[in-house]
Design a protein around this ligand. Structure first.
Ligand code: PNS
Length: 163
């Protein structure tokens, strides 16, 4: 049983994240989408809302022989990965600009937990510019993000903006 975690803020989950999940699914039996509970950030969605939204979307993500689960965590990603018995930490690389930060995190995580490998996957070109931050910014200023963020999540973003 090979389990990996896919850690992140997922505020909100984008189609770029789903692309990375699909690409990594043949490599693992289970992927835990691990939402960081970060009290320093002022997110659009609470951790519970993010968990629920992602759980609602998972049935639409068809994967062969890979189970997707959702969990939240506080503290170190490496500790969470160990606690879940994960063999790997999945991270997506969109462009070269991501690499330096991701490399530093991967090396630090390896130092913390030498048995757990970070696996980098390259995102599809069409999502190479997509980040949760950019999606929120564009959406809040009235721009369209359809095709870049799952429709169900756009509905929730709209509710946040109105509410
Ligand atoms: O989606 P993000 O914001 O790019 O994800 C970043 C995340 C959550 C993976 C990173 O900030 C993280 O791992 N935070 C948890 C604290 C930690 O382990 N820090 C040391 C990383 S080397």
């Amino acid at each position: 049983m090979r389990r990996a975690i896919f850690p992140g803020s997922f505020d909100p989950l984008t189609n770029g994240h789903l692309d990375i999940i699909r690409r990594s699914s043949p490599l693992f039996d289970e992927i835990v989408i691990a939402i960081l509970n970060n009290p320093e950030k002022r997110p659009m969605f609470t951790v519970d809302e993010r968990c629920e939204m992602i759980r609602d979307i998972l049935p639409t993500v068809e994967l062969d022989d890979c189970t997707l689960t959702v969990d939240s965590f506080s503290g170190l990603t490496a500790d969470f990965a160990l606690s879940r018995g994960a063999v790997a930490i999945i991270r997506g690389i969109r462009a070269i600009g991501d690499y330096e930060y991701e490399l530093r995190m991967a090396l630090m995580n390896r130092r913390l937990q030498p048995e757990i490998e970070t696996v980098f996957l390259t995102a599809a070109e069409e999502y190479s510019f997509v980040s949760s931050t950019l999606m929120k910014q564009v959406f809040e200023l009235g721009g369209r993000v359809d095709g870049l963020v799952p429709d169900a999540i756009i509905t929730n973003m709209r509710a946040k903006l109105v509410g």
